[in-house]
Design a protein around this ligand. Structure first.
Ligand SMILES: [Zn+2]
Length: 173
């Protein structure tokens, strides 16, 4: 039974199959409606056809609304499943360029309960044309580069960035 629902959910989440199912639902309801009308009220074909058309328009609206609702729900669920709006905004602060020393820092923002922290802090050297070169250890790997001779203190950089991050976080409260 669980497998059946999983398969059903998979089919429903498929963009093409969900449309096919929606059309099938509309068609089945129309057919049932026409049969009931014909059997119980003896409505003429033309009237019945017109009624089905009217009903179909309504059903298409309802089906359309349901599909839009489901798609919207899925999009928002995906976006907000892990981080709330404020956290998502703060997570955008994930890089900083030290223009004086030609170092670009990139990192990820995560939360320890309510307190933000950074992870995977990686420095890049921006002294080499368009592409920032990732540091190896605490210096630029390109021989002769200023950032190759000087070593940076990643621990201090991390502390500085986290201080800014926590300050930004406090301001949003
Ligand atoms: Zn360099």
């Amino acid at each position: 039974m669980k497998k059946f629902f999983q398969t059903l959910s998979k089919i429903w989440n498929d963009p093409v199959w969900s449309k096919v199912i929606a059309v099938a639902i509309v068609a089945s309801v129309s057919l049932i409606y026409a049969t009931v009308q014909n059997k119980t009220e003896g409505v003429s074909f033309a009237d019945s056809f017109k009624k089905i058309l009217d009903l179909k328009v309504k059903i298409i609206y309802i089906a359309g609304a349901i599909i839009i609702y489901l798609i919207g729900k899925r999009i928002f669920k995906r976006k907000d499943s892990f981080y709330n709006r404020k956290q998502t905004k703060l997570r955008e602060f994930n890089k900083l360029e030290d223009k004086q020393n030609f170092i670009l820092y990139r990192w990820g923002v995560f939360f320890d309960y309510e307190t933000p922290f950074i992870s995977d802090l990686t420095p890049f050297c921006t002294r080499h044309d368009a592409t920032p070169i990732r540091f190896v250890g605490s210096s630029c790997p390109i021989a002769g580069c200023n950032n190759n001779r000087q070593q940076i203190n990643l621990h201090l950089a991390k502390n500085h960035i986290e201080s800014v991050l926590i300050d930004e976080w406090e301001k949003t409260k």
